[in-house]
Design a protein around this ligand. Structure first.
Ligand code: KIV
Length: 254
């Protein structure tokens, strides 16, 4: 993963400039001060306090159980670490689906209490009113389409999404709606590479892929996966940049 070492803080405007100039954007998840400091120092553009914390930090099978307060607790440490990167906090399951008002209240709570720069939300047209409202009041929002893990029970697993034409058309439509609403970026997870490339060309905001080919404006990975800390998880798209699980066991065993 190539990174950009520079002194100034990353902003949503700079991310747009990076898309315009073809400079790739690097995003990694982080959940604690120590690792976030290292990732930030390495020059990563965006730190995502993903609700994957439910899996890699809390040991849950799904992302669904993690709460707003737990996300805020983790995000505070990452915010303290970030000198350069833009910090994005995932809105967890149940924090934005009930009503527009509830969604906006939770987005404000996350921004105020954690100190993060932006929130990320899973879903398309169905949550557009809440997204529009957040953006209007000054909350930067990152969209998330394709394999949205909070819908795992509806999808029946973590397989590739938008393989069929109808779902692909909806995804492209949703991406355009999120872009027009003012999302500063969109995550595309586990969809065909050709569809991710089409979305990337047709929206004005940066598109950050995970398991969506290499033609997006940038890539996001779960830190524990790319560092090889999570031995049981080896999807086809995942490149291990290190094998730290073995190193930890050797160090601890000595
Ligand atoms: O929660 C998370 O880590 C994410 C990434 C997989 C994009 O949403």
């Amino acid at each position: 993963m190539s990174v950009h070492v520079q002194n100034s803080r990353m902003t949503t405007a700079k991310l747009r400039q990076m898309k315009a100039s073809g400079e790739k954007i690097a995003m990694l998840t982080s959940y604690d001060f120590t690792l976030a400091s290292l990732v930030d120092e390495a020059g990563i553009d965006m730190l995502l306090v993903g609700d994957s914390a439910s899996n890699v930090v809390c040991g849950n099978q799904y992302t669904l159980p993690i709460t707003v307060d737990e996300m805020i607790f983790l995000t505070k440490g990452v915010v303290r670490a970030a000198q350069h990167a833009l910090v994005v906090c995932d809105m967890p399951f149940g924090s934005y689906q009930v009503s527009e008002e509830d969604a906006v209240r939770n987005a404000i709570k996350i921004l105020k209490e954690s100190g993060c720069d932006a929130v990320k939300i899973e879903g398309g047209e169905e949550i557009l009113p809440a997204i529009r409202h957040m953006i209007q009041i000054g909350v930067p929002v990152m969209g998330h389409l394709g394999l949205t893990p909070q819908s795992v029970n509806q999808f029946g697993g973590y397989g590739l999404r938008a393989k069929e034409e109808k779902e692909a058309e909806k995804l492209l439509h949703d991406a355009k709606m999120l872009d027009e609403a003012g999302c500063f970026a969109i995550t595309l997870e586990k969809i065909p590479a050709a569809l991710a490339e089409k979305v990337t060309k047709e929206v004005s905001c940066p598109v950050i892929g995970i398991g969506a080919g290499n033609k997006c404006d940038g890539q996001v990975l779960v830190l524990h996966d790319m560092l090889g800390l999570n031995q049981g998880f080896k999807p086809k798209f995942l490149r291990h940049f290190a094998a730290l699980a073995g190193d930890v066991k050797t160090a601890v065993g000595n």
